[in-house]
Design a protein around this ligand. Structure first.
Ligand code: 6PG
Length: 224
């Protein structure tokens, strides 16, 4: 169990949570009577991969999704919850979160080393809020950046690839038939995954694991 190992090694377990709909099931399971007692939440620090630029009680808020599926149902100290301030001016929210990462991980310029980064996968190959066709996937100096997604007519805050790739464990959670085309494109032998932000997730020294439901894995299962 990753949390127990990290806590045994360093006294804490640091996690960057994915937004979107797919991880909600995992968060609910972790909060269930069967599992919540197996995690030492006093030593778990929760961060977010990305946030929609909305207030924390907005239906689109990734923080709200996690609060309802997990935080409201476990005993975790409020100081262990490090949410992104989606309600603030995007540039200010990103700068504030970058400072929070530096303060918490006591890094100066280097990327922090999360114990675990959970990621999702968009049908266009985005992950976190690193969307193709924007500058966010190419950001290598900042830990946190802002992105305007034209097709969503929305601003987002997101951690950058250097932060993701510095993690000890990176886990993609992908579900649904609608994802099978992009899963095939990113994971099939001989494909060119780097053309998609999700395909540029390559841990510097950590592990990368894909958790894919059968319906999302359709294409690659047949191609292997
Ligand atoms: C977000 C996410 C985003 C998400 C993918 C997949 O804020 O939306 O962080 O990267 O993981 O869009 O979303 P679904 O799980 O809803 O398909």
């Amino acid at each position: 169990m990753l949390a127990q190992q990290a806590i045994a090694n360093s006294g804490r377990f640091t996690v960057a949570l994915s937004g979107g709909s797919t991880p909600k099931t995992l968060y609910s399971l972790l909060a269930s009577p069967e599992y919540r007692g197996r995690v030492d939440w006093l030593r778990v620090h929760l961060f977010w991969d990305d946030e929609r630029c909305v207030p924390p009680d907005h239906p689109e808020s990734n923080y709200r999704m996690v609060r309802e599926a997990l935080l409201n149902r476990i005993q975790i100290p409020p100081e262990n919850i490090h949410r992104m301030a989606g309600e603030k001016d995007p540039a200010a929210g990103a700068a504030e979160y970058e400072q929070e990462l530096h303060n918490f991980f006591q890094t100066n310029r280097a990327a922090p080393h999360f114990d675990l980064v959970l990621l999702g996968l968009g049908e266009d190959g985005h992950t976190a809020s690193l969307f193709p066709g924007t500058s966010a996937p190419d950001e290598t100096h900042k830990l946190v950046t802002t992105v305007y997604v034209e097709r969503l007519n929305a601003h987002r805050l997101t951690i950058t690839l250097p932060v993701i790739n510095a993690a000890a464990q990176i886990s993609f959670l992908v579900a649904g038939e609608s994802k099978s085309a992009i899963v095939t494109t990113v994971l099939s032998p001989g494909s060119n995954p780097a053309q998609y932000p999700a395909g540029r997730v390559m841990p510097a020294s950590g592990k990368l694991t894909w958790f894919i439901t059968q319906d999302a894995a359709g294409g690659i299962v047949t191609s292997l």
